[in-house]
Structures are given as structure tokens and as C-alpha cells.
Design a protein around this ligand. Structure first.
Ligand code: S3P
Ligand code: PEP
Length: 444
């Protein structure tokens, strides 16, 4: 999947943000929906699928391994699965583009099938560590040949039957947890993951919904998640709720631009995903949950967000797993808050699409914000509601979240912020700029 031509953008102050919006389907749930439907026996339907590049990389890979996946004119996706154990050997390398989730979860699936697959990715993905998944998958019997440092391109030769393991996660990572559980799907016996720190639990919820036997118990070591292998998945109709990570950009934009008031419909409120809302409320944000309900096994609500005078906080480190992708946009909120916000315990940010600690420090400093960088986080001196100086040049580093976060920063800056390339937003939020336009009523 070759990346689009760079799209530079200069963002100026505008607003307020007003109106109602829906955000695209949750990215984590969309990936899993395609994978699990492709492993069910028969036809499943998915509504609200995120049609971003990352999820399309998963769709292409599942097609290459035998599933039939089509999109109807009304936006419903129809998937004919091959059954657990039925994945076919892909004829070509699987191009994962920019998507860590696709890569790591699919490596898990391939590991317990009698097939070999090569995974490739863009310059950003090719720098990201894969040893965290190849280690447990090798214990299950997969033969992995990776590029130096455990990076892509990488080849996985699966073993069938694979060996069930009990694996304690050395890092808080839903991708590693899911890779092992997905390998366990086609492995005889019980595969267990011990999770000392809870991470997003969409795989567990959804696999149960598809009829797999998945249990979760508390223990002194953490949650023990067990999957009974050689499961038969039953086809489903899935409603994908709105992505809280995408909603985060609008929560912060409305919080920092005076006069704003928006309602974001249908946001996934799974407690393993709501760390940003917790942090923003601690800062004094005016976010109200309306009509809390359940959709397809996930809690969902509409969120009303109004402008508020934010105060600096010490960000509780235990929020890290439930806020992981939202740190860049939280840093933008901190840049406008009153006082010095300190966020520590977020070391994992260094191995995302970019090193998000270094990238956000450089970007915010370019926009006139004073930062201090730690190995595991950032301290940010806020402007107490005054416009940021702006005026600098920012590198988005093939990282959609840096591009969108600094676009939001531009809304609160005195001079325009120049972003070298906003094309990466297409990985997770293709309509981001259309929505910005609609909410601010400004020309793009
Ligand atoms: O499981 C998932 O869908 C994801 C898990 C997180 O990654 P880690 O598992 O690396 O923390 C997150 O950052 C990523 O965007 C999506
Ligand atoms: C880290 C992210 O995604 P992935 O790991 O799937 O590339 C993200 O979307 O912020």
C-alpha cells in the first residue's frame, strides 16, 4: 500500500465549533470485525465499519487468505468466512501499510494455520517492534523470520496444530494479548493470557459474541483470559460504534475554542477506552454523557462538549492504557490549560506510528509551547486560555494522530501552524477535514 503524495496544510484559528456529528467506526473493533467474520462459517454483515486505510489493509489481507468481502451501496459490508482453520496461503506478501493492529493480530492468526505469510509495511510500520508478538507466537510453534531488530518485512510460517501456552504480558498491549488469543483460536486445548494491567478488551467481547469460549478471571497476577481452541465462529451482524479516539480530537477542539458547543453521537464508551474523557474532566472540561446505552456488546453514549477553562493536572499514570492513542491530543489540551501539566508512565508512546513523545514535543515547541521531555512522557506549560503563538512548521512523521492533534492546536493559535503532511489522517479518519469544515463553518 503505497502512501499518498504529501499534503501540506496551514491551519489558522477558526471557530467556534458548533453542531452535531458522528465519528467513524471504531478502528480496533473494525479490524476485529473483519477478521472474526472472515473466520466464521457463512455470511456476516458489518455496519459502520471504519473505511480508513488501516482497516482496508486488514480487509485486503483477509481476502488474500480466502475470505470474500464486499461492500454494498448502503455501506454495509458482507463477509463470507472460511471457518477457523480455513485460512489459505496468501499468494503475495501482505501489505499492512501503516497499521500496527493489522500486522500484529494477523501474525497471530497465521501462526496457528498451516500457511506462510510475509508482512510488509510503510516506513513508519517498518520501524515498529514486532518481537513483542513473535516471542509468544514462536513459543506456540510459529517459525518467524524477521528483519534486524524484529522488524518488518517479516515472514511467519504457522504450525498446525500449534501448542497452547500461558503467556504473561510483559507490556500493557492489547495487540500482543489479541495476537496470542487469535493464535489460540485454532490451537487445540486452552490458550491463556495473563494481563497484569487491563487493556482494551474488544477481542474478548467480540470472540464471545461469535460463540467462542472465552473466560476472564481475576487473579493476584492480573486478569487471566482463556480461550478454548478449535472454536467454531458463527456469523454475526455487527454494528461498529463510533471511535472514541477519533472523538477525542473534537472533545479537545470544542474544549479549547471559546464559544464551542458540540454533540458527538454514538461514541464507544468501553471503560478500557475512556481515559481521555477522565483526564479532560479532571482538567475541568464540560463533557456530558447523554443516553448511555449498549450497542453490539459495547457501551455507547452521545457526548455534549462545551468550551471550558481547563486547568493543568498531573495525569494519573494508571490512565495510560485507556488513553494510549489520545496522549497527543491531550498534550494539545494541556498547551491551552492554566498551569503545567505533567504526563508520565506513557513510555509506549515511543513505539507508535512515530515516537509520539518526541514528535509532540517538537510540534508543540514549534507552535511556541514550552515542554520538558521525559523518557516516559512530557510536561507542558499551558497558555491559560490565551492563543498559542503558532507560526511554526510541524512534521507529522507518517503519524495520523500527530497530524490531527496539531490541526486542532492550529484552531487555538495566533499565527497559522504549517503541517508538512496531513495525508496520514486517511489511515484512521478519512473525513476528518470535512468534519472540521462542517463544525467550524470555515473553508477548507
Ligand atoms: O488492539 C488494538 O486495536 C490497539 C491497541 C493499542 O496498541 P498496543 O497494543 O500496542 O498498545 C493501540 O495503540 C492501537 O491503536 C490499537
Ligand atoms: C497506534 C495506533 O495504531 P496501530 O498500532 O494500529 O498502527 C493508532 O491508531 O494510534
Amino acid at each position: 500500500m503505497s502512501h499518498a503524495a504529501p499534503r501540506p496544510l496551514s491551519v489558522s484559528a477558526r471557530g467556534p465549533l458548533r453542531g452535531t456529528l458522528t465519528v467513524p467506526g471504531d478502528k480496533s473493533i473494525s479490524h476485529r470485525a473483519l477478521m472474526f467474520c472472515a473466520l466464521a462459517v457463512g455470511e456476516s454483515r458489518i455496519r459502520g465499519l471504519l473505511e480508513g486505510e488501516d482497516v482496508m489493509a486488514t480487509a485486503a489481507a483477509m481476502r488474500a487468505m480466502g475470505a470474500r468481502i464486499d461492500r454494498d451501496a448502503d455501506g454495509t459490508w458482507r463477509v463470507h468466512g472460511v471457518g477457523v482453520g480455513g485460512l489459505l496461503q496468501p499468494e503475495q506478501a501482505l501489505d499492512m501499510g501503516n497499521s500496527g493492529t493489522s500486522t500484529r493480530l494477523l501474525m497471530g492468526l497465521v501462526s496457528s494455520h498451516a500457511i506462510t505469510a510475509t508482512f510488509t509495511g510503510d516506513a513508519s510500520l517498518s520501524k515498529r517492534p514486532m518481537g513483542r508478538v513473535t516471542e509468544p507466537l514462536s513459543q506456540m510453534g510459529a517459525d518467524v523470520r524477521s528483519s534486524p531488530g524484529g522488524r518488518l518485512p517479516l515472514m511467519v510460517r504457522g504450525l498446525c496444530p500449534a501448542v497452547p501456552i500461558t503467556y504473561t504480558l510483559p507490556i500493557a498491549s492489547a495487540q500482543v494479548k489479541s495476537a496470542v488469543l487469535l493464535a489460540g483460536l485454532n490451537t487445540p486445548g486452552i490458550t491463556r493470557v495473563i494481563e497484569p494491567v487491563p487493556t482494551r478488551d474488544h477481542s474478548e467481547r467480540m470472540l464471545r459474541g461469535f460463540g467462542a469460549e472465552v473466560t476472564v478471571e481475576d487473579s493476584p497476577e492480573g486478569k487471566i483470559i482463556s480461550i478454548h481452541g478449535e472454536a467454531e465462529l458463527k456469523p454475526q451482524t455487527i454494528e461498529v460504534p463510533g471511535d472514541p479516539s477519533s472523538a477525542g480530537f473534537w472533545m479537545v477542539a470544542a474544549s479549547i475554542v471559546p464559544g464551542s458547543e458540540i454533540v458527538i453521537h454514538n461514541v464507544c464508551m468501553n471503560p478500557t477506552r475512556t481515559g481521555l474523557i477522565t483526564a479532560l474532566k479532571l482538567m475541568g472540561a464540560d463533557i456530558v454523557e447523554i443516553d448511555a446505552r449498549e450497542v453490539g456488546g459495547e457501551p455507547v453514549a452521545d457526548l455534549r462538549v462545551r468550551h471550558a477553562h481547563l486547568k493543568a493536572i498531573e495525569v494519573p499514570a494508571d490512565l495510560a492504557p485507556s488513553m494510549i492513542d489520545e496522549y497527543p491530543i491531550l498534550f494539545v489540551a494541556a498547551a491551552v490549560a492554566q498551569g503545567r501539566t505533567v504526563a508520565r508512565g506513557a513510555h509506549e508512546l515511543r513505539v507508535k506510528e512515530s515516537d509520539r513523545i518526541a514528535a509532540m514535543r517538537a510540534a508543540l515547541e514549534a507552535a511556541g509551547v514550552q515542554c520538558e521531555e521525559f523518557e516516559d512522557g512530557l510536561a507542558i506549560q499551558g497558555s491559560a486560555g490565551a492563543p498559542l503563538a503558532g507560526g511554526g512548521s510541524v512534521a507529522s512523521l507518517l503519524d495520523h494522530r500527530i497530524a490531527m492533534s496539531m490541526t486542532v492546536a492550529g484552531l487555538a493559535a495566533a499565527a497559522p501552524i504549517a503541517i508538512d503532511d496531513v495525508s496520514p489522517v486517511a489511515t484512521s479518519y478519512p473525513d476528518f477535514f470535512e468534519t472540521l469544515h462542517a463544525l467550524t463553518g470555515a473553508a477548507q
